[in-house]
Write a protein that binds this ligand. Structure first.
Ligand code: SF4
Length: 394
């Protein structure tokens, strides 16, 4: 930012900055910093709600999905993670193809349209047990296995896969493209500082921000609808949150492939190294979501998981979100197993009593479906069977 611009921003009253942000539907980095630290929360919420109304009307979406924890083994040791396991620990597991198919069938029977593969990152790089499991089935990498399981599920059940396997290189993305309606990787943060000793990513080689941004960029080059987002409350500063959101925006401006941005709040759990780390407050979450809406604009799909805000979850609607993410009628949230999802009926009543319409979407958002480049022919055929004319789930 030029010094003349920063002087102008510093001299402009916050209320004026917010009014022009609302009118323009976008803000630059300097304005974001000023609004984040000085704007009253109620004004931010009003502005973000207005932008959502402009871009999304009153529709709030969710996806009925089954969660498949393909493997809990992971080569990273993020200090906030309760999902990952070392071989031999209770819960350490690689799902077999039979288990994957049985779970997907259960999801299909319960009306799910999506299977979300969540898994640890590249466990074969450090664990012989992971290499042996994969080799026995003819795979060298977990990334090949998740692609094969996506193909199996799509062909056998018609559920649309969405893989979230960590950092992906181009060959992995190219193969996943053949069976996945969209893929995901949380950017989490652009803060390299959090990789220092004693901080949450010190022992997590796949959390190098540049690697994650490269994955997002490669997916953009391949026109793959992409889910990403930030994780808040793990020791990052608010300025670092803003930098992360601007990095996501820059990717979307270049490739137009970011289908949704998730703001996920850290929750402490007894069995993690960060068990006593303070959790972000609801106000912090609301402020971050509202700023995210102002940065990302009226048309971006902005999601916050309802189960991580417990009874307060309906208040997240005040901050400009338009999506609740995946709700599972079958499986628990393996990433936050202590946090139960609200039942879909409760989600609907809490959403609709606030003047919104809850709609079920697919693993790919409606606006991406008509874009030819964004679905392989095989996946498109399955999407057609599950979507209505507006692109939402039948
Ligand atoms: S958050 Fe993801 S990458 Fe980090 S330890 Fe857990 S499973 Fe592995």
């Amino acid at each position: 930012m030029t010094s003349a611009l920063s002087t102008r921003i510093a001299a402009t009253p916050v209320s004026e900055l917010l009014a022009s942000a609302r009118d323009a539907g976008s803000i630059d980095r300097g304005v974001a910093g000023r609004l984040a630290s000085e704007a009253p929360l109620s004004d931010l919420l009003a502005a973000s709600s207005e932008l959502r109304a402009r871009g999304k009307g009153t529709v709030v979406s969710f996806s009925k999905k089954v969660f498949a924890p393909l493997t809990t083994l992971c080569r990273d040791y993020c200090s906030y993670c309760t999902f990952r396991k070392d071989p031999g620990q209770p819960g350490a597991h690689f799902m077999t193809p039979e288990e994957v198919l049985a779970l997907a069938e259960q999801g299909r029977a319960a009306g799910c349209k999506e299977v979300l593969f969540s898994l640890g990152d590249q466990p074969e790089r450090i664990f012989p047990e992971a290499r042996e499991f994969l080799q026995r089935r003819g795979f060298a990498r977990t990334l090949d296995y998740v692609a094969a399981m996506s193909e199996l599920v799509l062909d056998q059940t018609g559920l649309l896969p969405h893989a979230n396997p960590g950092v992906m290189d181009r060959p992995a993305l190219e193969r996943l493209r053949q069976s996945n309606a969209s893929v995901g990787l949380m950017l989490e943060t652009v803060s390299v500082r959090l990789m220092r000793d004693g901080l949450p990513h010190a022992k997590a080689p796949d959390k190098v921000p540049a690697l994650r941004l490269r994955t997002i960029e490669e997916a953009g080059k391949l026109s793959m609808a992409f889910t990403t987002g930030i994780l808040i409350g793990i020791g990052e500063t608010f300025e670092e949150r803003l930098d992360s959101l601007f990095a996501i925006r820059a990717m979307h401006e270049k490739y137009g492939h970011i289908q949704e941005v998730i703001v996920q709040n850290f929750r402490a759990k007894p069995d993690i190294p960060m068990a006593h780390h303070p959790e972000p407050s609801l106000d912090d979450m609301l402020r971050t979501l509202a700023i995210a809406r102002l940065i990302l604009g009226p048309h971006m799909n902005l999601q916050a998981p309802p189960n991580l805000s417990y009874a307060d979850f309906p208040r997240l609607l005040e901050a400009g979100i338009n999506d609740w993410g995946g709700i599972s009628p079958v499986t628990k949230d393996f990433i936050n197993p202590e946090a139960a999802w609200p039942q879909i009926t409760r989600l609907r009543s809490e959403t609709e009593v606030r003047g919104f319409t809850l709609r079920e979407r697919l693993a790919i958002y409606p606006e991406f479906i008509p874009r030819d480049a964004f679905l392989s022919p095989n996946v498109r055929a399955h999407v057609k069977r599950s979507a209505d004319a507006s692109g939402y789930a039948i």
